[in-house]
Design a protein around this ligand. Structure first.
Ligand SMILES: Cc1ncc(COP(=O)(O)O)c(C=O)c1O
Length: 375
């Protein structure tokens, strides 16, 4: 059998990793400023993570959601105070798209409505409802268009007010910082007005923090920079440092209904144990403060460089976009194949920097030197 060939691949085979470095099968070291698409939070092969994996796997990897699972309760009790949402409820699933799928369903159940407002270049995943609120027609199949979506410009509060005034909107979904769309940061003023107009009109506000959450922006959630509290928050990627796992944080205004949501694998024992260890390490190693500090250091370093064709530098914490006025492809290839640095990308012109949250100033210096050499 052949693989279903949907991924354009780099000619690199990653064999193992440690901290913010990975090695290929020939032993070549790479600086990982991509984090496997913002997934690696506490670093590759963290010893505490490996210990938890071994201990929990030797006890129990999985049992169904038909029995009590104290590890789910432990995770919820740990996550609540750390992220500032102790009064919210946690529903566990396996991937980011699934988190948004469930968030959108909850909003629709709650309001009895089905129109959703999303924003230009939004990316919320590839499953049915999640891809329908993703602004990329290339990845939407005809069967995905099952409910109406208004895509508005980020910052267009008037557009949001007018759409909501029609009375048929169930929810607004927005990324804390748009990732795949190219690192666009909403303003605090826009987010506060968005919170107000949704709350005043009983429209559910969903914050997709799948990429921007879990400390990456220098706060637990990116929306915490803007002083708002959404009704639903979706998390994935960094939550279990590479083990497939995700969550929906749900405001107390939603009453759970038996059987309304459910999953076979979501909240499994191994994933919960790993997610607890990730939170412990984030706290003990002060990784959120580190993300903020190293992010500021990187930004300063990038600003002081003479980057040919630079259009704009955007970012918060360790979620940084370098937008060129021309395609980044050659720079990114030189970074990977000559300088041995992994980076992310958005569209054709934005290089995305998404390293593990454990990077040091030395790693930032190495990156800045290699980036300069690749330009
Ligand atoms: C903001 C955002 N939402 C949702 C997703 C989808 O997550 P997953 O690929 O785990 O389904 C992604 C993935 O890149 C994302 O960046």
């Amino acid at each position: 059998m052949k693989l279903f060939d949907v991924y354009p691949l780099f000619d690199v085979t990653v064999d193992h990793g440690k901290g913010c470095y990975v090695w290929d099968e020939k032993g070549q070291e790479y600086l990982d400023f991509y984090g496997g698409h913002a997934v690696i939070s506490i670093g590759h092969s963290h010893p505490r993570y490996l210990q938890t994996m071994q201990e929990q796997a030797s006890k129990l990897v999985f049992y169904s959601n038909a029995v009590k699972n104290p590890l789910q309760v432990k995770l919820a009790e740990k996550l609540g105070p750390i992220c500032g949402y102790d009064d919210y409820q946690l529903f566990l699933i396996n991937s980011g798209a699934e988190a948004n799928e469930n968030a959108l369903k909850l909003a629709s159940f709650y309001t009895g409505k089905k129109k959703i407002i999303a924003f230009t270049h939004a990316f919320h995943g590839r499953t049915s409802a999640a891809v329908n609120v993703t602004q990329n027609p290339k990845i939407q199949a005809p069967i995905n268009a099952t409910f109406p979506v208004d895509f508005l410009e980020l910052g267009d509060i008037k557009g949001v007010q007018e759409a909501i005034a029609k009375g048929d909107v169930a929810a607004v979904i927005i990324e804390g910082i748009s990732g795949v769309g190219g690192i666009h940061i909403p303003t605090a003023e826009f987010m506060q007005e968005l919170r107000k107009v949704t709350a005043d009109n009983h429209v559910v506000l969903i914050l997709d923090e799948i990429q921007s959450g879990y400390g990456r922006s220098g706060k637990f959630f990116a929306h915490q920079w803007f002083g708002i509290r959404p009704d639903i928050i979706t998390v994935a990627k960094g939550i279990a440092n590479g083990y497939p796992f995700a969550g929906v944080l749900i405001s107390p205004m939603f009453a759970p209904v038996y059987g309304q949501l459910g999953t076979t694998f979501g909240g499994n024992h191994l994933g919960c144990a790993l997610a607890c260890t990730v939170l412990d390490v984030i706290q003990e190693e002060h990784l959120i403060e580190n993300a903020r500090q190293q992010g500021e250091y990187l930004m300063e370093g990038l600003k002081s460089m003479n980057i040919p064709g630079l259009k704009e530098l955007r970012g918060l914490g360790l979620m940084i976009g370098i937008e060129f006025d021309h395609p980044y492809k050659e720079v990114r290839n030189r970074l990977l194949y000559e300088q041995h640095v992994f980076t992310g990308a958005a569209g054709t012109n934005v290089l995305r920097i998404l390293p593990p949250l454990c990077i040091t100033q030395r790693d930032c210096d190495i990156f800045l030197n290699r980036f300069a050499a690749a330009l």
